[in-house]
Design a protein around this ligand. Structure first.
Ligand SMILES: [Zn+2]
Length: 258
């Protein structure tokens, strides 16, 4: 199993992230991708990945945190991509958040600047959405972005899902589908062929059904696999095998830079 979206670098995991990683590995998690969110986080991600071959990293500027970032954040991202000792597998987590105060135009400009960097680097992207599918799809189209990526924590209709798939994206599937009340997303995920899906936890957020109130962890990703297997009427082994293949097809695997 691969956790394609886990914020193992956040303060919630600071005291025990190595134990969290070991627990995940002992439950069969073979890789974890840590998306980037802020300038100050990239170095920590790089340090964590340097000592742990199971960790992949992406660097990016998350719209939610951007208002507190330094003015030169985009230049810093460009520099990070040139100087990193760990090759990122993607640019992310980037996107547009329709539930924050930052003006949409400014968010789209930041998003499109990062799409352009991803194109220059021939890297896929990790997308964040909240009430913003139409805005993300608009920016992707306007930027003529063709590197693909993943729409993280996908929720929405099958019609929207198909638009992302047509644009070269996979759908990130996490704890949401473990809740029986999440009917719309469960229905969408059940109707989309497995080859377009990736597993994720979004830990420490998005706890699985029955674990509300507790910190989410990558070791619980088997619960997403079980829910997905049930929705598709197949075995958990087939889900694991196909989603792992999907991950490597999209992201490859990181290599050490010199
Ligand atoms: Zn995230």
């Amino acid at each position: 199993m691969i956790d394609s979206h886990c914020h193992l670098d956040l303060p919630e995991f600071e005291p025990d992230w190595q134990d969290v990683l070991s627990s995940a590995v002992s439950k069969g998690v073979e890789r974890i991708l840590i998306p980037g969110t802020t300038v100050s986080g990239w170095q920590r991600q790089q340090d964590m990945a340097a000592d742990n071959a199971q960790l992949d990293v992406a660097f990016g500027l998350h719209p939610y945190f951007f208002p507190d970032e330094p003015d030169n954040a985009l230049a810093a991202l460009r520099e990070q991509l040139q100087t990193t000792t760990i090759k990122p597998v993607a640019i992310g987590e980037i996107g547009v958040d329709g539930a924050i105060d930052t003006p949409i135009e400014a968010q789209q400009a930041l998003f499109e600047a990062q799409l352009e960097m991803a194109s220059e680097q021939s890297l896929p992207v990790i997308l964040h959405h909240r009430r913003s599918h139409h805005l993300l799809l608009e920016s992707i189209k306007r930027s003529r972005f063709t590197q693909g990526g993943v729409i993280h924590a996908f929720s929405g209709s099958e019609q929207v899902a198909r638009q992302y798939i047509d644009a070269g994206f996979k759908l990130g599937v996490g704890g949401t589908i473990t809740y029986s009340r999440a009917q719309k997303t469960r229905q969408t995920v059940a109707n989309i062929p497995l080859q377009h899906l990736l597993l994720e936890t979004d830990a420490p957020d998005m706890p699985m059904s029955g674990r509300q109130g507790a910190r989410n962890e990558p070791q619980f990703i088997g619960e997403v696999v079980a829910a997905l297997a049930e929705l598709h009427g197949i075995t958990p082994e087939v889900v694991t095998e196909q989603t792992t293949a999907n991950y490597f097809a999209l992201f490859g695997s990181r290599t050490q830079c010199k």
